[in-house]
Design a protein around this ligand. Structure first.
Ligand SMILES: C[S@@+](CC[C@H](N)C(=O)[O-])C[C@H]1O[C@@H](n2cnc3c(N)ncnc32)[C@H](O)[C@@H]1O
Length: 306
């Protein structure tokens, strides 16, 4: 699927299937704990970015949420100032608190407002604009990419994390119910995602050809790479808590769209007393893949210094 499946398990399933608006403030603990679990994946993605470009002076984390990745950006690029940008002020407050706790507050700012227009408030153009799983929440993705591109410093990089593969937590045959439960949940999520996009303000249907859209915005595509989070069974308590939260939200959001067998299976998976539940089974794992697309704003001869 073309969007960020695993993380959006949370975004989407939090709400009843007929509601596609997301209460981001309410999502804060979940966004934080999932980004923390996914830290090894982010670190590899940011190391890859670091090898591709010169040390950035200003980094914008567009749609930063609670700032876990913003702080990882600050770590990965110790010479850079990082601005976390989001429309949810409560999430930005968490980002600010986190930056202080991690000792990077002196080169960390927050900026509240609607993307992409809020970027006009930046003091100077970013050398790296990271948009992790946020672009697909904007109605007109082509216009947003063009606006991101227009705000980049000459030679700056736009990095989009979008799409990847559906995450897996359980064997195809769980030993209970009908094999293939996660694949059937994926279908419900796809339908939710389509409704979510259709309901966004100013929504525009768009082929999700990110390199093509970046090229259309005048950028030079510099790379696409997918990064994997592989936490094999037997997994950690943290991963177990994450999977439990994801499946609970799916049960809340889509339970009434599942057939009786799958609903009963999901209930058993979530029942802490049941030996087959995700709380107790030994075969639980987290396998997730996210894709990063990068493109550069080429330096116009008139912009070259020296
Ligand atoms: C799925 S979360 C991703 C958070 C973070 N980048 C991460 O990877 O953990 C999407 C974020 O985009 C933000 N967002 C959604 N629509 C937005 C908009 N129109 N303007 C600014 N931020 C927006 C949400 O508040 C949320 O924090």
């Amino acid at each position: 699927m073309a969007h960020d499946h695993l993380h959006d398990h949370q975004d989407r399933s939090r709400h009843h299937h007929d509601h596609t608006d997301v209460d981001w403030g309410e999502m804060a603990p979940m966004l934080e704990s999932q980004a923390e679990l996914f830290t090894p994946l982010y670190e590899r993605a940011l190391a890859w970015l670091g090898h591709k470009q010169t040390e950035p002076g200003l980094i914008v984390d567009a749609g930063s949420g609670p700032g876990v990745v913003s702080c990882l950006l600050a770590d990965a690029f110790p010479g850079a100032r990082v601005v976390a940008v989001d429309s949810a002020e409560s999430l930005l407050e968490r980002a600010r608190t986190r930056a202080a706790r991690l000792g990077v507050a002196d080169r960390f700012d927050i900026l509240a407002g609607e993307l992409p227009g809020v970027l006009d408030a930046l003091d100077y153009p970013p050398d790296l604009l990271w948009a992790g799983r946020s672009l697909h929440h904007l109605g007109d993705q082509r216009a947003a990419i063009a606006a991101f591109a227009a705000r980049l410093a000459p030679g700056g990089t736009l990095a989009l994390m979008e799409g990847g593969l559906p995450a897996r937590f359980l064997p195809r045959d769980l030993g209970i119910g009908r094999p293939g439960l996660q694949a059937r949940l994926d279908v419900l999520e796809e339908e939710w995602f389509a409704r979510m996009r259709a309901d966004l303000p100013g929504t525009v249907a768009e082929t999700e050809d990110w390199p093509g859209l970046m090229a259309a915005a005048g950028l030079r595509h510099t790379g696409t790479r997918s990064f994997q989070l592989d936490l094999p069974a037997p997994t950690t308590d943290r991963a177990r808590a994450y999977v439990t939260a994801v499946l609970s939200r799916l049960r809340d959001g889509f339970g009434d769209r599942l057939d009786a067998t799958d609903r009963a299976t999901l209930d058993r998976l979530l029942d802490p007393e049941d030996p087959a539940s995700v709380h107790r089974r030994r075969d639980l794992f987290v396998l997730a893949t996210h894709t990063v697309y990068t493109a550069e704003r080429t330096v116009h001869p008139a912009e070259r210094t020296g």
